[in-house]
Design a binder for this molecule. Structure first.
Ligand SMILES: [Zn+2]
Length: 266
């Protein structure tokens, strides 16, 4: 977890004063936005599947993160060695640096299948991408992807919205990163959408879906994706969560005019 200091321009089309008002109204301190880094794990038969891998404790994300292995064991009773498949939503550091050692870049899960959207890998390996300024938290990331994920033999890519594993479909969600996907998990009649960074601040901020967050690589596209995905969540009564949502972070969405109201489950 990490609290991100508020600054002007963080939400491109809204003043920092309005952001502070929303934070205060939701009962939060108004000087920083609370951000969480949450990794979902699925049990499919006897295999454990991870959806993204977090920050790997990379110093760029500050203190208080990079505890995937301890959290798996202590909080969820999961053995990291049982991870056979890792589904990646997009190639931002806070989702993939957990795949690699911070010093050596060596694989943390060399025996797992790593499943990456083809559009993401293509974008991050295209000529000249490393010279695009994507802000301080993404410094050097294209080169690191090119030296790691792009060369690993246990990585497979996919196009579109296939069924990646039994009952787990990719759902296109571009904007936060050009080829991002969410993951829709179905079990019987129940459907759970793991929405990655469709909104990468907390649910109380998702109640303003038109906010263009500067952390999104294409903020306007991210707004379109957010509306599309959230409308689907309302219509199909999906259970939904996201990587950076606050606890309790699993629930449903309802529509209230142009806003979405998050109702936590349990
Ligand atoms: Zn993220």
């Amino acid at each position: 977890m990490r609290d991100v200091p508020l600054r002007e321009g963080m939400v491109r089309n809204v003043s920092v004063k309005q952001v502070k008002t929303v934070l205060r109204d939701a009962g939060f301190p108004d000087n920083q936005a609370p951000l969480r880094f949450i990794i979902m794990a699925l049990k499919l038969g006897d295999q454990v599947v991870l959806i993204d891998t977090g920050t790997g404790g990379h110093p760029i994300y500050g203190e208080g993160n990079g505890r995937l292995f301890e959290s798996m064991a202590a909080a969820a009773g999961l053995d990291p060695k049982a991870v056979k498949t890792i589904l990646i939503s997009h190639l931002h550091g806070d989702h993939i640096y957990g795949l690699m050692n911070n010093e050596s870049d060596a694989q943390v899960f060399p025996d797992a299948d790593i499943v990456v959207p083809a559009a993401e890998l293509k974008w991050w390996t295209r000529p000249g991408v490393e010279s695009i300024d994507l802000g301080p938290t993404r410094k050097g990331i294209a080169r690191r992807i090119q030296a790691t994920v792009a060369t690993w033999k246990n990585v497979r890519t996919f196009e579109g919205e296939p069924e990646l594993l039994p009952g787990v479909h990719a759902v296109r969600a571009p904007g936060p990163s050009p080829g991002m996907v969410a993951h829709l998990v179905t079990s019987g009649v129940e459907q759970f959408l793991i929405s990655a960074d469709v909104v990468n601040l907390a649910p109380h901020i998702s109640t303003n879906p038109e906010w263009q967050l500067s952390i999104d690589q294409d903020p306007r596209m991210a707004v379109d994706t957010r509306r599309k995905i959230f409308d689907r969540a309302v219509t199909d009564k999906l259970t939904i969560s996201g990587t950076h949502w606050l606890m309790p972070n699993v629930g449903t969405l309802a529509k209230d005019g142009s806003r979405y109201v998050f109702v936590a489950e349990g």
